[in-house]
Design a protein around this ligand. Structure first.
Ligand code: PXP
Length: 249
């Protein structure tokens, strides 16, 4: 596997800050524009059922921005009829199906695809039928990878939250799990992405898995932007990924 690993920037948390005051500042669309100018390969946004950060209006503006810039919009969405209708209307480059619970702080754990093929399969098919690239946000397990393949996904995004929270030997074991799941995914013809909780160090670690083609990073970059600005945070992330890629090449 070769080539530059793409960096998708998730701008949800800009909307979280905006919504804290109910106004228009800071504008996530302006952040997305700055992220693209800083070298982000695409924009990721999660339209939640409760609209706690990104709103329907934001999605419309982000769709226009990404179309203008010729860069992909990756819409993260729960597997619901409402979200499917919105995705079919906007037809983003990609839709990443995620689990969603109203009381969670963030996306906790991956989508249980195995055992829920009958619910997820038709949604994946409806999206694929209109040309949306279907990604499933899953735990790095062989069972989930095989189920993702069975329902017709083109991409699996591995939830790296567990990896980021662990340390020492436990982290090494989780890395092996990510590597094994990534190898199986590529064997089945799936593209491999990774995301959740990544910072400069853990994003660099992910470059040690040659199958990974894209990282989607939000919370850390938006947090870092408070200290160094969004453009610098993205440049530093890009440099950390590139350095790690060169070191493992
Ligand atoms: N990928 C997916 C599928 C997610 O749900 C999220 C969180 O919204 C991310 C990536 C980014 O995670 P973080 O904000 O922790 O970088």
């Amino acid at each position: 596997m070769s080539g530059r690993v793409r960096l998708g920037v998730n701008i949800d948390h800009v909307a979280t800050v905006r919504n804290a005051r109910g106004g228009v500042h800071p504008d996530p669309v302006r952040a997305a524009r700055e992220a693209l100018a800083a070298g982000a390969d695409g924009i990721t946004a999660h339209l939640r059922e409760d609209r706690r950060h990104i709103t329907d209006t934001d999605i419309e503006a982000l769709s226009d921005l990404c179309a203008e810039a010729g860069r992909p919009l990756n819409l993260e969405m729960a597997v619901t009829d409402e979200m499917l209708a919105i995705a079919l209307r906007h037809r983003p480059h990609a839709a990443c199906l995620v689990p969603e619970r109203r009381d969670e702080v963030t996306t906790e754990g991956g989508l249980a695809v195995a055992g829920h093929e009958a619910r997820i399969g038709p949604v994946a098919k409806a999206l694929a039928d209109v040309g949306v690239r279907v990604s499933l946000f899953i735990e790095p397990s062989i069972e989930q990878v095989e189920a993702a393949h069975a329902v017709g996904a083109q991409v699996v995004e591995f939830h790296t939250g567990r990896y980021c929270h662990l340390s020492g030997d436990d982290r090494a074991i989780e890395f092996d799990r990510l590597q094994a799941a990534a190898s199986r995914a590529v064997d089945l013809g799936l593209e491999v992405h990774a995301g959740h909780g990544l910072d400069y160090e853990t994003a660099a670690d992910m470059m040690g898995i040659a199958e990974v083609r894209e990282l989607n990073i939000g919370h850390f970059l938006i947090g870092e932007a408070v200290f160094v600005g969004l453009t610098n945070a993205i440049h530093r992330m890009r440099a950390a990924m590139d350095r790690a890629c060169e070191a493992t090449a």
